[in-house]
Ligand binder design. Structure first.
Ligand code: ATP
Ligand code: MG
Length: 496
């Protein structure tokens, strides 16, 4: 596929640390956090004007699912916008918590394990053609995903326990995966989830749901993670033959690889060969590079992705982690941990280093250590603050644009509506509900016609400025795009 739709869902860790005593229980804290969401959308599971979804499940890990993006930079900006939304909500929650007589700070962490050892995810979605043979796809993709952590892991300080000495690992999520492929997400945690909900025309497409990744702070790591996966998928879709690396036990392999930062951990393929993650990644990169040189780059970041991919493998192979310690999360974090451990003479088991690991993922722009490193010029980034602000209010030019416009217009006219990834419905006009199966469709005449029934939009609606919107709500993402000109009449809905 030349164009692909991508989406990322991120679950966040949430904690309250009061000045003394115990923090608020997680579910209560989550309710504080989501109060502005419920005020805005009358539910804790809503789509917002930028086309994304904000969601609080029964647990206490709030989720932000980006709108459908057809460009990697849009995807990364949209994911970052989710962090900013969570941060804004946390600050508003903190203020109300203080008003209610509690002390302390609210922390939102974009990581994958909390201090009690619970894991939460960062799920990737890729639109793929239905014609791709799924067995072949998973045969190639699984070894790629099992080993992808060496190029895109978030890094983790592992403390000594019954199994391990204290050490630094590639991934946070690797120890929490239980199956290679299955249709369940929560109980068994497969690497690839096969639940078939395409949010597209099921006759022609599937939505590939990858739930193995670590949440990334670094935007360059994100580019490598999504960009490399997209390239591997393209090669599979084109039917390019690739060496069979199917692993005998993908789950044992993912753990063994994570816990050996030298990249030398050997894992067995189904054919009995012993290979390292570097062997597998090198071979895949070689094939992808040849594929690109034969067919050309399909977007402007391909060269950057291939260069960073190669350099990251070289860093692992040689142990020269400084080659990537501004661009790849695990290496950025490892350098930081090593510096602190050296300066303060702490061994890796020291709780302070666990705190550093967590603080790396703090989404707070002043307090979070990843953000601090960016400010000090020690971590590279490819998405600007302005791009993130834009993504908070503006959907990418895909079906998300339709959803955003639909929501914003209905809100301006005070018309109740419901949307999901494919449906658009005005509550008062249920028979006119519109289904948009094409995730690339940024325009749809039927949606336009339905909105036209609300009024003469071009003369009655006024777009509000960013300044005006930033004064309105707890977060820019939960503000209205339009105001309605005074005196505008809203037409009566049809009698049904
Ligand atoms: N046709 C599509 N192809 C690929 N990605 C899509 C498509 N349609 C939507 N997406 C993306 O898929 C993600 C769906 O997130 P959502 O959390 O709603 O799904 P889910 O994980 O299947 O559901 P849940 O979290 O309720 O279990 C979003 O990031 C969205 O942008
Ligand atoms: Mg989800």
């Amino acid at each position: 596929m030349d164009r692909r739709v991508y989406g990322v869902e991120t679950e966040f860790g949430l904690t309250h640390r009061p000045e003394t005593g115990r923090g608020l229980p997680p579910d209560e804290l989550a309710r504080y956090l989501f109060r502005p969401v419920v005020d805005f959308g009358r539910s804790s599971n809503i789509f917002i004007p930028n086309g994304s979804r904000l969601y609080l499940d029964v647990g206490s890990h709030p989720e932000y699912a980006t709108a459908e993006c057809d460009d990697l930079i849009d995807l990364i900006a949209s994911d970052r916008a989710g962090e900013r939304v969570m941060h804004d909500l946390a600050m508003a929650a903190q203020e109300r918590i203080h008003q209610d007589g509690f002390t302390g700070a609210v922390y939102v962490l974009k990581n994958n394990v909390d201090s009690a050892g619970n894991s939460y995810g960062s799920h990737e979605n890729y639109l793929i053609p239905r014609t791709t043979h799924f067995r072949r796809l998973s045969g190639i993709l699984l070894p790629f995903l099992v080993t992808r952590q060496i190029i895109a892991g978030a890094g983790r300080v592992v403390q000594e326990d019954d199994t391990y000495e204290a050490h630094f690992a590639f991934s946070q999520r690797a120890d929490h995966m239980w199956e290679g492929i299955s249709s369940a997400t929560t109980r068994s945690r497969p690497i690839i989830n096969t639940r078939d909900e395409p949010h597209a025309d099921a006759a022609s497409h599937r939505r590939l749901h990858v739930i193995v990744g670590d949440s990334n702070m670094s935007t360059t790591t994100s580019l490598l993670r999504y960009g490399s996966t997209d390239l591997v998928l393209r090669m599979i879709e084109a039917g390019v033959p690739i060496e069979d690396f199917e692993l005998e036990n993908p789950i044992a392999a993912i753990r063994a690889i994570s816990h050996d930062i030298s990249g030398q951990a050997r894992v067995r393929t189904r054919t009995g060969e012993q290979v390292t993650a570097i062997n597998i990644q090198r071979e895949i990169l070689r094939r992808v590079t040849r594929f690109v040189s034969e067919r050309g780059a399909h977007h402007s970041h391909v060269d950057q992705i291939l260069e960073l991919w190669d350099r990251t493998l070289q860093a692992v192979e040689t142990g020269e982690h400084q080659l990537i310690d501004q661009e790849i999360d695990w290496a950025i974090k490892k350098r930081l941990v090593e510096e602190v451990s050296h300066q303060r003479r702490l061994d890796l088991n020291h709780p302070r280093l666990q705190q550093i690991d967590m603080a790396y993922h703090d989404v707070h722009p002043d307090r979070g250590l990843y953000h601090l490193l960016v400010r000090r010029g020690r971590a590279a980034t490819i998405v600007s603050g302005a791009q993130v602000t834009h993504a908070m209010t503006t959907p990418p030019p895909t079906r998300a644009a339709l959803r955003g416009e639909f929501l914003s217009t209905a809100r301006a006219y005070g018309a109740e509506c419901t949307v999901d990834w494919v449906h658009h419905k005005l509550t008062d006009r249920p028979l006119e509900a519109i289904m948009v199966k094409d995730p690339f469709a940024a325009k749809d005449q039927r949606v336009e016609a339905l909105l036209d029934k609300l009024g003469d939009r071009s003369s009655e609606l006024q777009e509000r400025s960013l300044e005006e919107r930033s004064r309105q709500g707890a977060t820019l993402a939960l503000t209205d795009k339009y105001t309605r000109a005074p005196g505008t009449q809203v037409p009566e809905p049809p009698l049904i």
